[in-house]
Design a binder for this molecule. Structure first.
Ligand SMILES: Nc1nc2c(ncn2[C@@H]2O[C@H](COP(=O)(O)OP(=O)(O)OP(=O)(O)O)[C@@H](O)[C@H]2O)c(=O)[nH]1
Ligand SMILES: [Mg+2]
Length: 377
């Protein structure tokens, strides 16, 4: 008997069953179901094989764990689903717009890699290009607030990073990046509806320094509404709750195994507060590998800076819940905009926006080398 595929219906509005997903079982053979009685799926990393519960063979096609659509070829080589989450106004969309540009333009030159949009510029990638155009043409306009569209139609930006045959082991990754609107993660109830978050291979948590207690007065002086005091914490709670909802994300000692990159945005507004020579004021070198040393020193500085800004509750909660995490300092604009009228005052010169994604790739079965001795191998 063919059942209506309710997860697929919710994600893409199509009730036609796609490829049959592999279901999870209790030891006595009963299906493991969620609180609405829907069977939970067995999934490994995106694109990796799992053993079918019906025929006992490894799966031969890759389907998306949230909408069950057939994934494009090349995903078999390896795929990464990255969810970008953060409170309202924290800078996700501006960050993703600049990340899109860097992935297509500076990354290929720096790493000697080909990056493209498999299937063409569609979904979020095309929106990001539009936002960038508005930011850089005569209008100099910043993106509007991202609308919550329920859990339907969360189209990611999809990139393929292809090392090409120059590498000993020809390897590519299909990277899907989701912009999760602030409001959708602000409550635990909403986050459990976000399938892509539960199934993400890695998460980028965007933190707005203006929302932290020590910077809220400064924010108001500049004409920024710093939002509710608990917003960043609420988003983190929502994220943790959502990941814990699927026990495949929970490892030994009950720590979450999903790698978490914490990107502190809008750093340009704080550069003058940091001492000369601080890694938060530098851009990092454009070396053809992920610079682990540099990243660790940024991590240490950001961690202590967040605590000095009143974010100890956030940092302690992250350490108590995640096995693998790293702090990043990014500026998507490189200069402060006119916050009151939502326009840029100068040109855009982003710094360190690609670092969180590079870290995620370096942790993914060492897809990206972490020092010069491994690069080009
Ligand atoms: N100084 C500075 N401000 C920034 C930067 N990036 C974003 N901002 C400010 O933050 C505002 C919100 O940025 P968005 O990217 O739209 O925020 P968002 O997280 O997508 O917000 P939602 O769509 O509401 O979830 C912008 O309008 C800017 O005023 C940055 O790199 N530097
Ligand atoms: Mg947005």
């Amino acid at each position: 008997m063919v059942h209506e595929d309710r997860e697929r219906a919710q994600s893409v509005g199509d009730t036609t069953p796609s490829y049959p997903p592999v279901l999870r079982h209790h030891t006595d053979g009963r299906h493991i179901v969620d609180e609405q009685g829907r069977p939970l799926l067995l999934h490994g990393r995106l694109g990796s094989k799992v053993v079918c519960d019906r025929c006992g063979c490894p799966t031969q096609v890759a389907i998306c764990p949230s909408c069950h659509c057939l994934l494009p070829q090349g995903v078999e080589d390896g795929a990464l689903s990255v969810a970008v989450v953060g409170a309202r106004n924290s800078g996700k969309t501006v960050f993703l717009s600049q990340l899109d540009w860097q992935l297509m333009h500076t990354v290929p030159e720096r790493f000697g890699v080909a990056v493209d949009y498999p299937g063409g510029t569609a979904g979020l990638a095309s929106k990001l290009q539009e936002y960038r155009k508005k930011m850089t043409d005569g209008q100099r306009q910043l993106p509007e607030q991202t609308r919550v569209e329920g859990n339907r139609g969360q189209a990611p930006a999809v990139y393929r990073w292809d090392w090409g045959p120059a590498r000993k082991r020809h390897a590519s990754r299909v990277i899907s990046i989701y912009d999760t609107p602030g409001e959708a993660v602000a409550t635990l109830q909403r986050t459990t509806e976000l399938g892509h978050l539960r199934a993400a291979d890695a998460v980028v948590l965007v933190i707005d320094p203006f929302s932290l207690s020590e910077n809220r007065e400064l924010a108001r002086e500049k004409g920024i509404d710093p939002g509710s005091e608990t917003l960043a914490n609420d988003v983190l709670d929502g994220l943790i709750g959502s990941l814990r909802y699927d026990d495949q994300n929970v490892g030994k000692g009950k720590l979450l195994t999903t790698p978490l990159a914490i990107a502190v945005t809008k750093m340009d507004a704080f550069w003058s507060q940091f001492p000369e020579g601080s890694p938060l004021r530098t851009t990092g070198e454009a070396v053809p590998y992920f610079d682990e040393e540099d990243s660790k020193s940024v991590h240490d500085f950001v961690l202590s800076q967040l605590q000095a800004w009143g974010g100890a509750n956030l940092t302690n909660k992250i350490a108590a819940n995640f096995k693998t995490f790293r702090y990043f300092a990014v500026s998507a604009l490189g200069d402060e905009p006119s916050y009151r009228d939502g326009r840029l005052t100068g040109t855009v010169s982003p710094t360190r926006v690609v670092d969180p994604v590079l870290w995620i790739l370096s942790g993914d079965r060492k897809f990206l080398p972490t020092d010069s001795s491994q690069s080009g191998s």
